[in-house]
Design a protein around this ligand. Structure first.
Ligand SMILES: Nc1ncnc2c1ncn2[C@@H]1O[C@H](COP(=O)(O)OP(=O)(O)O)[C@@H](O)[C@H]1O
Ligand SMILES: [Mg+2]
Length: 1074
């Protein structure tokens, strides 16, 4: 590669007019310093090596002013010719609607803030303007700034998505009046028509007008996800959401359909009330409805993109709301500012970006001085004195710097939300320093303090050897742009939803909407990435890069003040990130360009919809987005709700108090220990001794009295503590709240009763009886012989109401059973002997056939008997003759069909016992003949399960339990995809006490946990139970991209900390996970 770097600045022509700004010294370090690594190389190397990839070539020098033609030789040795001139054609299509039979205009509600006349006028004007807008041909010059003028503020205002996405998602509008002239000043009729057109294109029925009969009765537990503005970008979300939660998704097409009222829950903010909207039902059916009284939104998002015709009223309605708001005008402006997002992508996500020199006026507080963004140099022009020479100097240094070495062309363009999509830019050869400086100078004139001028390398798309062409026709140099859409998923984690590529001519940037989208895999293949492994590696890398980009952008956004965000609850939930595929140091590299608010959504939605035209199954996009917004709405729904908790639990449940605060729950806690540490962490602490569980009915009465005396009327009641599940069910029943029936919980709580009950359930194929195991009660030694006659040996003798695996023992014959029972009845008499393991119901035992096979937990979310979510985890071998848990992993290593057997068996057992509403933990073993039930825990899974499921899959069992208890079916991932693999071991005080306490192991574990390198779940503060009644002290887990990786890390850790020993062979425990 031949590069002729310019000398630092001597030959630059003077700038035409100095920009009158005060000047302060530039803060960011100069780019002139050589960099140790390639500017596009990410900090962590991830490039996919490409054999024999040609480096990008600088364009040969060309006398300016001549017609520009360029020759380039591709790898096959062919020479191609193409014109440098490029035309950018405006797409302003007439937006017209025939006089429609659309919805009538609703009157604004009293107190509604509707945009004033000026807004309406401007809106109308925009439509007219767009219709008359002339076609503009843009000339790209290499030696001087392009001839087009800076758009007037008015032009900039409307140069929005339509300018970017010519005609996308819109049918040709027939001739007719423009909306502004047809008595549709707010554009509702027009938007309604667009919705009908989009529904028709999807093959869906038109919206039913049901507005004559107002819908009533929406209450605080009804979900309302409100989408404001343009109907098309969010249509896939509305349709999917309508199927998942019929009636919850409401499209608001006009500012007159909604009103803002001061919020009751958060003073200073507003509630959004909908009096009219298009709501979506199962199967793509939609209805125009009126709501009386108006319905309160739990979640609001809309088309905030700058330049969107609806932008004004959408932004105004969504400002400072008391419910979660997906985006806002200020956030959209930030996302549309290439400089801001590129800065974050480079500085905080560590992604390669095109080498960029940015000039800003004034202080630009939104661009932090630290950390320095590799590849982005920021020059703050604050003093007009000497500005011209500073610009020249900076431009010279940039063009001649090492970062620019691989590139031959640069682009000068203004950046900032007003400029997004205007296509305003000029292209230059690197050698033309004077022209570049002049172009920058010209752009600086008239720049506002919100904008910037960017000088950036034009990064060519990697050129790879492709199969010999079938025809001798010349190959045109093309560019590939990769557009990704990411959403803020469960636990606020970014999740890639869809990738769509666009291919265009290489000489000008490929713009959104300029071509029909295509898939990543086929694009890479077309590009010459022939090895499937390489394409997979790039796809993985793209996912990582996109999610890292979104995480960085969201983190930066979270640091803004509520005012800067457009409301305390405003957060970006859906965003796009654009990438280029470049060749850097002989390797393929993804180069992040910038983020955007809506264009990637439109492109990706189109890609998704197009697939169905050729019979492709529905992609993940609508599902992921709908789940993300519905989940957010549900989180808002639980805010401020009064939850009656029965039993606080020990340190293993410490997460509850923090989670309750995060979710905004008002907890009223009934707890036997008057000194419990949670007393100060809840809204109301109700000490009540319920440890004698044989009197739970009486306790329930007392608790109800207690509530009445305090005037408490909880919205929901639940328990996650094994000992309190029956009491909670009784209280629930007494309060008329949703929960599992007390009789069902009693059946589940008593192990022998569960199995005997299931044995009688003989309906179904297979019937629930198929999962039951022979067992007999042991109330005294007299029962042992009878039981031994009915239950074959080896068998398991354990406590009827036990928990935590305490007192479980493998017995080979009646003698051993007698001996174990004698010891147990001597040692464990009541709750005080070993709290929390069900001794409040007595110490009766059972003898149960030993079930062979692998052991699994299935955690279920069930609503009205319907399965809403299930997660299967695997347990390692238990330590016999007691059955202490040793190791576990999530996700399960079982193939899907075997997991499905477990889930189906677990659900059938729960339903057969009458457990129809709640979060349940079912323990099963899977043998050659299928699953067999060990026990049902009619509560959320214990130990580490809630933490692990959240970490691996996102959803929170606790939140799911609260939602079910409130009577709301939780929205959970329909297709749960693990984000990581976890493997963990249990530590015992008897085995590991010395290593953990004495050897400093505990401190090391805490430190590693703090750094996110291990997951530590403490089960007890102090060693619990001694000898054969010991319970595990804590669970230590490691994550990995694969289970093998997680296990390897965990084993290394256990060896290092002395958790692994010949008596506690961790390698053996983990060897079961294959
Ligand atoms: N019938 C059985 N066959 C095989 N293993 C069993 C059987 N019953 C219990 N176990 C083992 O003992 C452990 C604890 O038993 P479980 O009934 O779940 O009691 P707990 O309620 O105390 O957890 C189980 O996880 C399993 O490993
Ligand atoms: Mg158990």
């Amino acid at each position: 590669m031949v590069i002729c770097p310019l000398p630092p600045s001597p030959s630059l022509v003077p700038l035409p007019t100095p920009v009158p700004r005060p000047r302060l010294p530039a803060v960011a370090p100069r780019l002139r310093h050589p960099r140790p690594r390639h500017p596009l190389r990410s900090a962590a190397p991830f490039g996919v090596p490409v054999p024999r990839c040609p480096r990008s070539r600088p364009a040969p020098p060309r006398p300016s002013g001549t017609r520009r033609r360029r020759h380039r030789r591709d790898r096959s040795g062919q020479s191609h010719r193409w014109s440098r001139d490029s035309t950018g054609t405006d797409t302003g299509k007439p937006l017209q609607t025939p006089t429609p039979p659309g919805p009538e205009r609703a009157e604004p509600l009293p107190g509604a803030t509707t945009p004033g006349e000026t807004d309406t006028d401007r809106h109308r004007h925009r439509h007219r303007y767009r219709q008359r807008r002339p076609r503009v041909t843009r000339m790209l010059s290499r030696s001087q700034p392009s001839a087009e003028r800076v758009p007037s503020p008015e032009e900039q205002e409307w140069a929005g998505p339509e300018a970017l996405c010519p005609g996308w998602l819109e049918d040709e509008a027939p001739d007719g009046e423009v909306p502004g002239d047809s008595g549709d000043p707010d554009g509702a009729t027009h938007a309604y028509e667009r919705l009908q057109s989009a529904l028709c294109q999807e093959g869906l029925p038109p919206t039913l007008d049901c507005s004559a009969e107002p819908r009533t009765g929406f209450g605080p537990l009804d979900m309302t996800v409100c989408i404001l503005g343009c109907p098309t970008p969010f249509l896939p979300v509305l349709l999917e959401g309508g199927t998942r939660c019929p009636g919850a998704m409401v499209l608001c097409l006009s500012p007159t359909w909604a009103s803002r009222v001061p919020s009751e829950s958060s003073p200073g903010s507003w509630s959004l009330l909908l009096s009219r909207g298009v709501s979506f039902k199962v199967g793509g059916h939609s209805a125009l409805e009126t709501f009386e009284p108006p319905r309160r939104a739990n979640y609001v998002t809309g088309t905030f993109a700058p330049g969107d015709p609806e932008g004004g009223w959408v932004g105004e309605l969504a400002r400072d709301l008391d419910c979660p708001t997906g985006g806002s005008v200020p956030l959209a402006h930030r996302l549309e500012d290439t400089l801001v997002t590129r800065w974050v992508l480079a500085a905080r996500a560590g992604l390669p970006v095109p080498p960029t020199l940015a000039f800003v006026l004034g202080a630009r507080g939104d661009l932090p001085a630290e950390p320095a963004a590799p590849g982005v140099r920021l020059v703050r022009l604050q003093d007009p004195q000497g500005q011209q020479s500073l610009v020249q100097e900076e431009v010279g240094a940039f063009l001649g710097g090492t970062a620019m070495e691989p590139y031959g062309q640069v682009v000068v363009r203004p950046a900032g939300w007003r400029w997004r999509g205007t296509g305003t830019r000029s292209t230059h050869r690197k050698e033309e320093g004077a022209a570049v400086a002049q172009a920058v100078g010209a752009r600086l004139r008239g720049l506002t303090e919100e904008d910037s001028v960017l000088l950036e390398a034009m990064v060519p798309t990697a050129r790879l050897p492709v199969p010999p062409p079938r025809s001798p026709a010349p190959r045109l140099p093309m560019a590939l742009r990769i557009c990704t859409l990411v959403c803020r998923s469960w636990g606020d984690r970014p999740q890639l939803c869809q990738v769509a590529c666009a291919v265009g001519r290489a000489e000008s940037p490929v713009r959104h909407g300029a071509a029909l989208p295509q898939g990543l895999d086929s694009s890479l293949q077309q590009w010459g990435v022939v090895a499937p492994g390489q394409r997979r590696a790039l796809a993985t890398r793209l996912r990582e890069a996109t999610e890292a980009a979104a995480a960085a952008l969201l983190a930066a956004e979270a640091e803004l003040s509520p005012r800067q965000r457009g409301g305390a609850r405003a957060r970006t939930d859906i965003l796009g990130v654009d990438f280029l595929l470049a060749c850097v140091d002989e390797a393929l590299e993804l180069v992040a360009l910038a983020a955007n608010g809506q264009r990637c959504l439109e492109t990706c939605a189109l890609a998704e919809a197009m697939g169905r035209g050729v019979g492709e199954p529905r992609g993940e996009l609508p599902r992921l987005l709908a789940e993300a917004v519905l989940h957010r709405a549900q989180r808002h729904l639980v805010e401020g709700k009064d939850i009656l908790l029965i039993g606080a639990g020990g340190v293993s449940k410490s997460f509850v108090w923090e989670a309750a605060r995060d979710y905004g729950l008002r907890i009223h806690l009934v707890e036997s220990d008057p000194e419990h540490f949670a007393a100060g962490l809840v809204q109301t602490f109700l000490p009540y001794d319920s440890r004698e569980h044989r009197r739970d009915e009486e306790h329930a009465e007392r608790v109800l009295e207690l509530l009445r005396s305090r005037g408490l009327r909880p919205h929901a009641c639940l328990s996650y503590w094994d000992d309190c599940v029956v009491l909670a069910a009784l209280v629930c029943q007494g309060l008329g709240l949703r929960g599992p029936a007390p009789a069902a919980v009693r059946v589940a709580k008593q192990k022998s009763r569960t199995h005997r009950h299931l044995q009688r359930c003989r309906r179904g194929r297979p019937p629930p009886a198929a999962f039951a195991v022979p067992c007999r009660r042991l109330r005294s030694h007299g029962d042992v012989e009878r039981a031994a006659g009915a239950v074959p040996f080896p068998a398991v003798a354990k406590l009827e109401f036990g928990a935590g695996g305490v007192g479980v023992r493998l017995v080979e014959n009646a003698g051993q059973c007698h001996a174990h029972a004698a010891r147990l009845w001597r040692d464990l008499r009541d709750d005080a002997d070993h709290p929390g393991i069900g001794l409040g119901w007595g110490n009766a035992m059972l003898l149960m056939e030993y079930v062979p096979g692998t052991e699994h937990d299935v955690d279920l979310v069930v609503f009205e008997g319907r399965l809403l979510g299930a997660w299967v985890s695997d347990n390692g071998p238990t330590r016999v003759p007691a059955f202490l848990e040793t190791a576990a992993c999530l996700p399960s290593c079982l193939p899907a069909d075997r997991q499905a057997q477990l889930v189906r068996a677990a659900l059938q057992c729960c339903r057969a016992c009458g457990l129809r509403d709640g979060v349940f933990n079912v323990e099963l073993k899977l043998g050659p003949a299928g699953p067999r039930l060990l026990e049902i825990n009619p509560r959320m899974g214990g130990f580490y399960l809630r933490d692990w499921i959240r970490e691996v899959y996102g959803p929170d069992l606790l939140l799911a339990a609260v939602l079910v208890a409130l009577g709301v079916p939780p929205v959970l991932p329909a297709r749960p995809a693990p984000r990581t693999h976890l493997a963990g071991v249990m530590c015992l005080a008897s085995e590991h006490g010395d290593a953990l306490a004495g050897g400093g192991g505990m401190e090391a574990l805490r430190e590693l946990h703090g750094r996110g390198l291990v997951r530590l779940n403490r089960l007890f503060e102090e060693p619990e139970g001694a000898g054969e009644y010991e319970e595990p002290l804590l669970s230590v887990a490691c994550a990995g991209a694969t289970l093998a990786e997680a296990c390897e890390r965990l084993l290394g850790l256990c060896q290092g900390l002395g958790i692994d020993s010949p008596r506690y062979p961790v390698e053996h425990f983990l060897s079961h996970f294959k």
